[in-house]
Design a protein around this ligand. Sequence first.
Ligand SMILES: Cc1ncc(COP(=O)(O)O)c(C=O)c1O
Length: 288
Amino acid sequence: MNTVFLNGEYLPKDQARLSVDDRGFVFGDGIYEVVRVIEGRIFAWSEHAARMTHGLGAVRIPFGADHVAGLEAVCNRLVADNDFTAGEATVYMQVTRGAAPRTHYFPPAGTTPTVYAAASPFTPSRAMRDTGIKAISFPDVRWARCDLKTVNLMGAVLAREAAHEAGAYEALLIRDGMLTEGAATSAFAVIGGVVRTYPLSNYILPGISRQHALEAARAVGVPVSEVPVTQQEMRSAQELFIAGTTTDIAPIVTLDGLPVGDGRPGPVTRKVQDAFLSRLYGAVGVVR
Ligand SMILES: Cc1ncc(COP(=O)(O)O)c(C=O)c1O
């Protein structure tokens, strides 16, 4: 039985009930986060909390830093109550603008945000890490505030479905001729030995794994550059990889059915991946 958290209560998931007027349901009017838990320890809590606080503030959902900070204890309790303290898990958290009669403009002041959190067991994919993944390219039809982790994920859903239908794991999104990011991951190209990725802006999510990947690369002497990769550069890149909370670093071995480099994970990706994984497991005190 999975215990979840909803509006201050811990209860079995099949007993959790939401109003059909919830603005998360009606408008996708909410912000979410996903954290990784290793041996009962949350990785990069403060970074996730800061991003969530920023997102909630930007869309003016009244759930400030103190409330977000309180979710750390909720995550820990869900991990403990569901017996996920050994091995790995993820916790999904979502805060919406609450339930109110449907109006596009904000509901009356005092409408209580809906707060939901659920933990799931997680096993990192060895195959993805070791042999890599297939990707497709896809138009980035998302809105112009991709820096906010909103519950409304239609652009990502359509892109991931196209990837799925093509037998691929990820869709690399192209906006104005540039690679922005993956549908649910940050994307990187290795060009002339330099790891390149789209700069932080309103067009990408400030990925926490992105930040750790860049820091890990620098720490092992791999040069990095936050200059957008053109679609053409992406097609001829020696190596491509993605990063995310549930992906870690995964090499991309084919793009639109064609091999990336020699069709096997490349040496720069391997170096950054290794440094990244040491950081990830090291941060929670687990020796790999
Ligand atoms: C669009 C997008 N980019 C990047 C990421 C990776 O972010 P993080 O490393 O913080 O999980 C995600 C994760 O869900 C995402 O949805």
